[in-house]
Design a protein around this ligand. Structure first.
Ligand SMILES: [Zn+2]
Length: 218
């Protein structure tokens, strides 16, 4: 079991089960946590305590949540590099048509970002082009975009930077990279960005950035 619990279930899992059965009492005497389903309060993963595969999956997920998903594959994909950020970070592009090995990294980054932003896992992210900020083998930022032909704008569906890496220009570098790549002649103007955000920080970022259409939470 490696599924992330739906949001409304989160609280109930951290408390004792509501149904008290005789077997439960017996188990509690010797093996207090073994075999119990637990939800990590850091990364949000629901897993079975004591199950080796689950524990390993959780260790990977938790590590990705705290330090960024492992992204060495993206870091060495030179053909996909869009820009350098400072001396140690770079922005890498991954398209929906790219090799599975590259897209697999993006799936993990999307998961980390969704958890961090309090958003449900986005199944639609598969068809978006991803810009990933990579540093020392870790994915520390993500921007998902799609062209919106009807309004002739660039739709930014997600922008996320690892908490410890904020305020160093990674967010702007990611959006700059997207504008640069999506242009037919010169970068997409900032005013032609259309974006919706769950967090006020996200909306504030795009307003300051000069995006034309910013839809913020109420
Ligand atoms: Zn965890």
């Amino acid at each position: 079991m490696t599924a992330t619990a739906p949001k409304r279930q989160r609280k109930s899992y951290s408390k004792t089960p509501s149904k008290k059965r005789a077997t439960q009492t017996v188990l509690d005497l010797g093996q207090k946590t073994l075999g119990r389903r637990a939800e990590c309060t850091i990364c949000g993963l629901l897993y079975v305590v004591g199950d080796a595969a689950d524990e390993a999956a959780h260790a990977r997920r938790c590590d990705a949540y705290r330090r960024g998903a492992r992204a060495a594959r993206l870091e060495c994909a030179d053909a996909r590099k869009v820009a350098d950020v400072g001396e140690t970070a770079r922005v890498v592009e991954v398209r929906p048509t790219d090799a599975r090995s590259l897209r697999a990294v993006v799936v993990e980054v999307r998961r980390t970002a969704a958890r961090d932003l309090g958003a449900p896992p986005d199944e639609e992210g598969e068809r978006h082009t991803a810009y990933v900020a990579v540093e020392r083998g870790r994915a520390v930022g993500l921007c998902l975009v799609e062209p919106i032909p009807t309004t002739n704008t660039l739709g930014v569906t997600a922008l996320w930077v690892l908490a410890s890496q904020r305020r160093r220009g990674l967010g702007a570098a990611l959006v700059d990279a997207a504008r640069q790549r999506f242009a037919l002649a010169g970068p997409v103007p900032r005013a032609d960005i259309s974006t919706t955000h769950r967090t006020r920080d996200g909306a504030a970022f795009f307003e300051a950035y000069g995006a034309g259409r910013v839809y913020a939470p109420r």
